[in-house]
Design a protein around this ligand. Structure first.
Ligand code: GLY
Length: 343
């Protein structure tokens, strides 16, 4: 990872294998760095966005806006198909570029379309949500949902660069802001420390640095990258069991506290460590208890379907003496009894 020497702009360079690198520009006004990320030879730029995104960008090229629908229901293969058809009708070529302008859903879809259209063309993400800036836009995971589950079809397709203009966050609705904080909270235990004491630009940049380092160490999630799912095992189960009444970041916040309680039950961390998890999550105004209508049996069944599971026990990402790591074969009875700590 390399830092820019420009003090007004925090630039983190994601360093992958085979000399593949890309910059992530973080800060107010970072969008002014967009033009330099577009390949010189690109004549056309396809901007993929949603109608509710209140931002426009000027690429200085022949540009066209392609609007996709809102919500998870739009994150489908048919959206990819219709985007690619529209690209073809406009004669977009492999020398051109795609820009994802929006939150995580937009950058996941734009990135996937870019990965398959003409067998791959450059993509740049201009992330407009807190959750996107600290997580989804960085690291090259792209994809869409199937009726059978979320993000089941996709590709690793690294962007040429990412813009995290924190000025865009000024217009973020309150709940989306809070959801971003739920995802951000996990970085406190992934090496971020007291992120809540930093100003927003430094906080976003610090999360980007951590994510860049983890992705650089395990681009295709053969092992370590899974620590980015800290708090997600119960979090995902709560989202699904509650029919998405709690949003992703809110559910992950509860999942972080649960992971801490479970780690303490396993003797991996102390009561003070658990209290610190509760302090951080509550400090970001996030929920700390499992909703009453979600039963233990359903949550345990859903946690057992987690992609990380290898055997009869359950698998979690847990804090411990060596930091946060993936822990397999956790006793289902302990998993059940620990749920009571969040009731
Ligand atoms: N959002 C988790 C990852 O990018 O691996």
């Amino acid at each position: 990872m390399v830092e820019s020497s420009d003090p007004s702009m925090r630039t983190v360079t994601v360093e992958l294998g085979d000399d593949r690198t890309y910059p992530v520009h973080v800060g107010r006004g970072a969008v002014t760095r967009l033009a330099e990320l577009i390949p010189e030879r690109s004549r056309r730029v396809a901007i993929v966005t949603q109608s509710g995104i209140p931002h426009t960008i000027d690429t200085g090229r022949d540009q066209r806006v392609f609007v996709i629908g809102d919500g998870e229901a739009s994150k489908t293969l048919s959206t990819i198909e219709s985007l690619c058809e529209s690209f073809a009708e406009w004669n977009l070529t492999r020398a051109d570029a795609v820009i994802g302008l929006g939150g995580g859903l937009v950058t996941d879809v734009a990135g996937f379309a870019a990965s398959v259209y003409h067998r791959g063309l450059p993509v740049i993400h201009v992330s407009t949500s807190l959750l996107g800036q600290i997580d989804a836009a960085i690291g090259g995971k792209t994809g869409v949902n199937l009726p059978q589950g979320k993000n089941l079809v996709g590709a690793y397709w690294q962007p040429r660069g990412v813009i995290c203009d924190t000025e865009f966050l000024d217009t973020l609705p309150e709940r989306e802001w809070r959801c971003g904080m739920g995802e951000l909270a996990k970085y406190h235990w992934l090496g971020g420390g007291r992120l809540d004491e930093l100003d927003l630009d430094d906080r976003v940049a610090q999360c980007v640095r951590i994510k860049a380092e983890v992705v650089a160490s395990d681009e295709r999630e053969s092992s370590r990258r899974a620590i980015l799912n800290y708090g997600h095992t119960l979090g995902h189960a709560i989202e699904v069991a509650g029919d998405h009444q709690l949003r992703h970041g809110e559910a992950v916040a509860i999942g972080l506290i649960y992971a801490a309680e479970l780690a303490q039950s396993l003797g991996r961390i102390t009561a003070d460590d658990v209290a610190e998890h509760r302090r951080v999550v509550a400090g970001y105004g996030l929920p700390t208890q499992i909703p009453d209508d979600l039963g233990d049996d359903e949550l345990i069944t859903l946690m057992g379907r987690d992609k990380k599971v290898l055997d009869a026990g359950l698998t979690f990402v847990l804090d411990g003496p060596n930091g946060v790591e993936v822990v397999h074969s956790v006793d289902p009875e302990l998993v059940r009894s620990t749920l009571a700590a969040l009731r």
